[in-house]
Design a protein around this ligand. Structure first.
Ligand code: GLC
Length: 479
């Protein structure tokens, strides 16, 4: 049987450029598939060549062409780099991508329309006609849309199947309907595909046109049938529910490994967990907190935005700070939350350290140095931090939503790998934290829990198999 050919189209991918979970997944899922199904799958990634991808050593120039986008003819260079068994393609156009940030520009719609068009346009040039194109989030939603509306009549494109994966349904790619023709080149009926509530909604168009809709946990796949989670798209998800699948993300267990992680003060593994506490003491001193091994440290690493559950944290804080605890918070986001944590640190400098920053070195030190990792998200499609913290023996406390619910089970009853709560209330959060602290105060029980948590396999192994089977079924040859 010939190899299954998959093109993974995405707006960011580790190790080249990441702004969040999407880039981490793009950097690790194709890698896991290529390792596990070496002789069976040829999976390649395509992403924009942003200015911030600075290390371009060994990039191979494949060629250049001109991509049509409505009345525009835009330069498109293609570069390539292989890492192990995965090929990365980069789409070069300095006008669109030579900017400081990946997202947040006035013409994001046009930038990612160009990128999505280019993904399909370059296939003959790179000599890779895939069985499946796998698009991710709104930025590449136009890939399945253009495949259906523009490319499907053409030889070579006719049999290509498409997948759209929703990493977070809050970001839908909404634009003024007035630019449908001029920017997106969508006219009449085609325009109807992306039109939603009087605007252009690119994700909606992808949900209508892709052959499969997948999302990043089973629970989130159920949740987005409901508008509380679907942010306006529930009717479209419901209508297309026959195409909907949920597969839990994994993490790259080589990249996140306390045994080899160079950011740590001291490496450790299951057999010498004591060394984790060297990390704890060093982290306490780095953060300006009293160095005391007996005080449980609760870590938070997150974008400081509402849906990560910060209102719950704020409303529970006073109560929790009555306990013997320390908090370390790392993240940036809404100014209101940033100010809150800064002033909390001023009032409780013995107990609270806040770093308003994105800093992956410090993040790793916290994953290793904290005892407890707090992630009380209101919604969480999958969540990666709870898996990373587990790998470093830091016990997660999560709200039971999306992938948090699928990956963490409450340990109060003796089995489980963290602490969970369901109600969106500060009381429920407090209760979960207090349960965790009670276990923490019994050294033997806590040690056992840390071991259990570290042993959980959050690698891609199981989920890669699910993706592989999904791809095979979609191509029409089950195994
Ligand atoms: C988004 C989601 C997060 C998920 C990640 C990768 O960032 O918010 O829950 O883990 O995508 O799929």
């Amino acid at each position: 049987m010939s190899k299954l050919k998959v093109l993974y189209a995405v707006s960011e991918a580790a190790p080249f450029i990441t702004t969040g979970g999407l880039g981490e997944v793009a950097g690790s899922l194709p890698k896991a598939l290529a390792e596990k199904y070496k002789d069976k799958i040829d999976i390649r990634i395509v992403l924009p060549l942003y200015q911030n991808i600075r290390d371009r050593s060994d990039f191979e120039f494949i060629g250049k062409t001109t991509v049509p986008l409505a009345w525009r003819q835009q330069y498109c260079g293609v570069f390539k780099k292989d890492i192990n068994d995965v090929t990365y393609y980069f789409i070069d156009n300095e006008y669109y991508f030579k900017r400081n940030e990946c997202y947040g520009h006035f013409d994001d719609g046009e930038r990612f329309a160009f990128f999505s068009k280019a993904v399909l346009y370059i296939l003959p040039m790179i000599k890779f006609m895939p069985d499946i194109v796998h698009a991710n989030d709104w930025q590449t939603s136009l890939v399945p849309i253009y495949l259906t509306t523009k490319y499907s009549p053409y030889e070579g494109y006719r049999d290509i199947k498409s997948i759209i994966t929703i990493h977070n349904i809050e970001y839908q790619g909404i634009f003024d309907l007035g630019i449908a023709e001029d920017i997106f080149d969508l006219h009449g009926k085609e325009k109807g595909i992306v039109e939603y509530h009087g605007t252009i909604n690119l994700l909606k168009g992808a949900l209508e046109t892709a052959h499969i809709i997948s999302t990043v946990s089973e629970t989130y796949a159920e949740e987005i049938l409901d508008d509380y989670y679907a942010k306006g798209l529930a009717p479209i998800i419901q209508k297309n529910s026959h195409k909907l699948r949920g597969i839990l993300n994994g993490i790259d267990t080589e990249v996140y490994n306390p045994e080899t992680d160079e950011a740590l003060f001291e490496n450790y593994n299951l057999n010498n967990i004591e060394k984790k506490y060297i990390n704890k003491r060093n982290m306490q001193s780095l953060a300006g907190l009293p160095q005391d091994e007996d005080i449980p440290v609760i870590g938070i690493i997150s974008r400081l935005v509402k849906h990560k559950g910060f209102d719950l944290i704020i409303n529970a804080m006073e109560e929790i700070l009555k306990e013997k605890v320390q908090f370390i918070i790392l993240g940036k986001g809404d100014r209101g939350y940033e100010l809150y944590f800064e002033s909390l640190q001023d009032s409780y400098h013995e107990k609270v350290a806040a770093r308003i920053d994105f800093n992956s070195d410090l993040a790793r030190k916290i994953y290793a140095g904290a005892d407890i990792f707090l992630m009380p998200s209101i919604s969480e499609p999958c969540g990666i931090a709870q898996m990373i913290s587990s790998r470093y023996g830091t016990v997660p406390i999560v709200r039971e939503t999306g992938g948090l619910k699928d990956s963490i089970k409450d340990a109060s009853l003796g089995i489980g790998n963290g602490f969970t709560f369901r109600e969106e209330t500060p009381e429920a959060l407090c209760h979960a934290i207090k349960r965790a602290l009670r276990v923490y105060n019994n050294r033997d029980d806590w040690r056992k829990l840390v071991e259990t948590v570290m042993k959980i396999d959050f690698s891609w192994t199981k989920s890669a198999e699910k993706y592989y089977n999904m791809y095979l079924n979609l191509r029409g040859i089950g195994e």
